[in-house]
Write a protein that binds this ligand. Structure first.
Ligand code: 5GP
Ligand code: MN
Length: 329
């Protein structure tokens, strides 16, 4: 249900804001977009944002990035309110205990797999991004948010750009463009921001992407493209976690491919999977069966086990969907 965030936080003196592990542009943008707004709207309240480390590009462009608490250390035992953004509580990582101790919890998210984990929830799977939803709760009447400024606008724009693939995925709606158009009027340098946040790659990222693509294989008569990177390969290219983002999205842009699968080994030996689809495969459903989740066209999971076996399971689940689509036609 749409809420007015200032009504929900009325009387709160201490507010924690956090999002998922390995935070992306929408996660950081929504947390810091909300925080920038609250600094102005609730100047007497203490607002603490807890997130894991973020990419250099986000560090550079997110307004207030230097205020993020990456250590998760706090002298507050129980916050008056905790706002959980862009995920459900199980994906909060080190801030989950802070969520559990908070007096009141608010969940704002756009992941289909999230049933809503707060005392109050605003979960809209159709929304382009959590940033779009944060904008709605800052300005529920649509009369122009009173505390909106360049910093808030820039942060929310960054998340919308990230999760819509620069306004190109099917989650981009009229409302998305209207909000983005309004945010642009606050005067930030959007061409540089889009280049740096969405298109720029580190050299390690370019090289590991090339390597994964070179070693990738087609399945299901060319409808699925899959690639795997083990720890040694990741280390060989000096690739960090964020250097591995974007590989699956690049793979799904292959002619004839409906679904991409990228598996990479984590330092603890588990595998992180990233799936993307173009038109009809529901990758959220595939990832949920492996303990993960996400969106219909972009989802992920983390699992134990042999990557070849994981891949085999994924291929089976995807080919069942491909067959169902074939029958439907
Ligand atoms: P990525 O492949 O980029 O890690 O994730 C794609 C989408 O799926 C993102 O929206 C991300 O938040 C979501 N996602 C990734 N891994 C998981 C997971 O383990 N559980 C859930 N529920 N969502 C995930
Ligand atoms: Mn998101």
């Amino acid at each position: 249900m749409l809420m007015n965030i200032l009504n929900e936080l009325k009387g709160c003196r201490t507010i924690a804001v956090s999002g998922h592990e390995r935070p992306d542009g929408d996660c950081v943008g929504s947390c810091m977009g909300l925080a920038q707004f609250l600094y102005r709207a609730m100047p007497d309240a203490r607002i603490d944002v807890f997130l894991e480390s973020i990419s250099d590009a986000l560090e550079e462009h997110i307004a207030g990035a230097e205020k993020i608490n990456h250590s998760y250390q706090t002298d507050i035992e129980a916050y008056d309110a905790f706002v959980c953004l862009d995920c459900e509580k199980t994906r909060l990582g080190a801030s989950e205990p802070i969520f559990d101790r908070a007096r009141r919890t608010i969940n704002i998210d756009h992941h289909v797999s999230n049933p809503g984990c707060g005392d109050v929830n605003y979960v809209v799977p159709e929304a382009s991004s959590s940033c779009e939803l944060v904008f709605n709760v800052l300005d529920p009447e649509g009369t122009g948010a009173p505390f909106m400024n360049e910093e808030t606008a820039r942060n929310l724009y960054i998340g919308m750009v990230t999760d819509t693939g620069v306004f190109r995925y099917s989650n981009t709606g009229r409302r998305t463009m209207e909000i983005a158009g309004y945010l642009m009027t606050f005067g930030f340098d959007y061409p540089t921001l889009v280049r740096d946040i969405f298109y720029e790659k580190t050299i390690a990222q370019q090289r590991i992407t090339a390597r994964v693509l070179l070693d990738s294989a087609l399945y299901c008569e060319g409808a699925v493209l899959a690639g795997i990177a083990d720890k040694e390969t990741v280390a060989q290219y000096g690739a960090s976690d964020s250097d591995l983002d974007g590989i699956s999205s690049q793979m799904v842009l292959t002619r004839g491919v409906e679904c991409s699968v990228f598996l990479h080994e984590l330092p603890d030996g588990r595998y992180k999977g990233s799936l993307r689809s173009n038109n009809y495969v529901d990758v959220a459903r595939v990832c949920e069966s492996l303990g993960g989740g996400g969106h219909v066209r972009a989802a992920g999971f983390t699992a134990d086990g042999d990557p070849q076996v994981l891949l085999q399971n994924i291929i089976e689940a995807v080919s069942a969907q491909l067959a169902a689509e074939k029958n439907r036609k």
